[in-house]
Design a protein around this ligand. Sequence first.
Ligand code: ATP
Ligand code: MG
Length: 505
Amino acid sequence: MSESQIKNSQFTVLVVDDDDEIRYSLGRVLGNQGYQIDTAASGEEGIEKVKHGPSPDLIFMDIRMGGITGLETLQHMRSIDSNLQIILMTAFGTAQTAIEAMKFGAHDYVMKPFDPEKVISLASIAIDASRDLRTVSKPSKKVNNEDYKEGIVGKSAPIQEVFKIIGQVAASDATVLVTGESGTGKELIANCIFQHSLRSGGPFMAVNCAAIPENLIESELFGHEKGSFTGATSQRIGKFEQCDRGTIFLDEIGDMSLTTQTKILRVLQDGEIQRVGGSETIKVDVRVLAATNKDLETMVREKEFREDLYYRLNVFRIRVPSLRERSEDVPDIVDFMLQKLVKERKAKATRLSEEAMATLSRYSWPGNVRELGNVVYHSAVVAQGGVILVKDLPDTLLTGGVIQPVATQGSIGLVNPENVVIRDLDLPSPVDPVSTGPQSLADTFDFVYEEVKAREGKRILTFIEKQMIQRAIADTGGNQARAAEILGITRNTLRKRLDEYASDV
Ligand SMILES: Nc1ncnc2c1ncn2[C@@H]1O[C@H](COP(=O)(O)OP(=O)(O)OP(=O)(O)O)[C@@H](O)[C@H]1O
Ligand SMILES: [Mg+2]
């Protein structure tokens, strides 16, 4: 017996089909791989076998059988053991059955007649998932959502430090500057400061300085008089005035022009504003909280940010740690997010397998908690049962690729600037200096991202993955093992993708 046959002999595969021929041939193909084979000639018989256990590690089941159908059997079986991995088979594939099969929690769905190679690879993937499933992380009693009324989850030392500073500054009227990478929770923290302040009964307004066009931001913040500029058809009261006795949160403050900076400085120093086009000086009582993911110190040095304003804002500084600095918080944040998704009825998964959780804890999270939130949501939706497995996580996490928000908020890119050492990369330099084509790897990714987004809508990763796989196949002259190695994925994943591309055309 080969090593893989020995390994496979610990696993039982149940074949449920009313066709003797299929039971025999499938049993033989899988039996040759070392798996223990059990068979059932109907859905009813299959259910009996599952009921009287032990549960098989994998079930191959026909959809159309005399007696109850494969889909009904599947539902019944999964109500006995929700962790069952079931691959459905059919000779009559329609979109409808494929969709239903997956919706009811099938692991996969194959068309008859099948290629033995494909069946073997499918079985091995499903068995991996089944093994993964047996090591489910403990249901978390530790995360009690009541403990996190603020919505800021974390027990690690760096985030606890942040909580302490919030406690120190909240009740004062001091200006607070919140800094940290994108997606670390700066806005959440500003909100928390407000909630715990003496002004919590007053208004709170957030202004995203990066999202408002330069020519409108002053009018947004300070208001304008009728006729002060084209389009100013009536008087407008700005945010500072509306926020009197309240708190204003100036988000992305590093994106504010020098002119606007000067006016903000005046409010901070004198508590006074002037509407655009107005001559009257208006007193306002507003507490200012500000946030940025820019390096303000460098901006000050380069004269892009007023030094005096910087000192005014930086009275108290909260540096929010990146998720990678507090990866021990990942499990708690994940549990918190899952509980929320379940409560909002957006997903059913409540737990992760140990390996899936470990994968999340290992990842570098360039997009921080926001990226983690996206990944948890994606995986909870994809997961078939109550448990998220490694296979449900986005591929980028497994292949060591990085998902990094590029420039704009909320967008997903593929490059971590830390990994892009442009001078070390052997990239062809643009021949024509006036060329508008991408000039660095980061630009290349920005360019690709925008291009694909424009054409493919939401399927950016799928599109890029296909391009990369096809290039690797061409590059290695069709050598799948080499190609998989270059791409950093398993051969099984590569084969699966190639099969998908083949069936796409
Ligand atoms: N500690 C945390 N626990 C739970 N959820 C969090 C935590 N920190 C952030 N989040 C969630 O992550 C997302 C991003 O947070 P937020 O918008 O506050 O980040 P940000 O630092 O302002 O990002 P950006 O710089 O891109 O504006 C939000 O959905 C927020 O609820
Ligand atoms: Mg923000």
